[in-house]
Design a protein around this ligand. Sequence first.
Ligand SMILES: NC(=O)c1ccc[n+]([C@@H]2O[C@H](COP(=O)([O-])OP(=O)(O)OC[C@H]3O[C@@H](n4cnc5c(N)ncnc54)[C@H](OP(=O)(O)O)[C@@H]3O)[C@@H](O)[C@H]2O)c1
Length: 290
Amino acid sequence: MTTTTPRLPGGTWTLGDRPVSRFGYGAMQLTGPWVVGPPKDHDEAVAVLRDAVAGGITHIDTAETYGPRVVNELLHEALHPYADGLVIATKVGARRDARGGWPTAREPDQLRAQVDDNLETLGVDVLDLVNLRLGDADGPVAGPIAPAFETLVDLQQQGIIRHLGVSNATPDQVDEARGIAPIVSVQNMYNLANRQDDPLIDRLAAEGVAYVPFFPLGGFSPLQSEVLSTVAARLGSTPMSVALAWLLRRSPNILLIPGTSSRAHLSENIEGATVVLSDNDLLDLEGIGG
Ligand SMILES: NC(=O)c1ccc[n+]([C@@H]2O[C@H](COP(=O)([O-])OP(=O)(O)OC[C@H]3O[C@@H](n4cnc5c(N)ncnc54)[C@H](OP(=O)(O)O)[C@@H]3O)[C@@H](O)[C@H]2O)c1
C-alpha cells in the first residue's frame, strides 16, 4: 500500500482510489485566533498553501467551519483550479456559533447544507473526501451515527461526494459506519502523548483504512515532554520533527496533517520528519504516552 516518493517523508498511501503523500497539510491554522476570522497575514497564508502543493503535498485537510468559510476561500484563492492529484478532505457535522463555539449540526438538512457550502466555497462539483465529525469539543461521544452517516452515503450516491470518512469517532462508531458503507479514513486526535487509539490504528492498518491524527503536534497545547526533548537533542533535531517522524514510523496507514501558518515551519516540518529514529529512540518515545 505504501511506495516511496523522493520528495516527502513517508511515501504515499492510496486514499480510496488516489495516491496521496503521507505527509499532508492541515489548513485549520490559516484563520484568526480560535479558528475565527481571517488570518493575521493573508499573503503568507496563500503562500503556505502554494508552497505545500509545490513541495509535493497532495492531501490537504480543511472544513467550511474554519473561519467559517475563511480557509476554504483561501484554498480556492491559492490553488483553484486544483491540481489533478490533489485530494482535499473536508468535514461536516458541526457549525460555528457567535461565540466561536462548535455546536453539533448533524440533522440531515444541516449536513446537506454543509456539503453545499463546501462545494461552493471550494469551487468544486464533487468533494474528494467528507468526514462526518462526531462527538463534541471534548472528544468522541458514544452513540448511534446511522441517520447522519446515511445522509452522507445518500449524497455520495448522488455523486457529489467521492469518499467518506469519520472523525472524532469511537471504535464502535467506526464499525457502525463501516457496516453502512465503506470509509477511507478515520480522523481522530492522536499524537505521542495521546495514544488511546493504538488498537484502532492497528486494526484499520490491517484493513487498508487510513488513520489521520489531528493535533499531531499537540494542537493548541504544543507537545511538551522531557523525554521528547531529550531524544530530539540526541538526534540534533527538534521535538516537533521527532513527533512527526514518530507518527510516520508508528503505522503505514497514518497520514500526517500538521498545521502551520508559516512557510518556515512548513519546510522545517517536512525536512524534520525525515529524521531517522533508532530502536533506542523508539523505546524512549514509547514511554511518553503510556
Ligand atoms: N477532525 C477534527 O475534529 C479536527 C480538530 C482539530 C484539527 N483538525 C485538523 O488537524 C490539523 C492539525 O491540527 P492543528 O493544526 O490544530 O494542530 P497541530 O498540527 O498539532 O499543531 C499546530 C500548531 O503547531 C505550531 N507549529 C507547527 N509547526 C511548528 C514548528 N515547526 N515549530 C513550532 N511550532 C509549530 C503551529 O503554529 P504556527 O502556525 O506558528 O506554525 C500551530 O500552532 C488541523 O489543521 C485541522 O485540519 C481536525
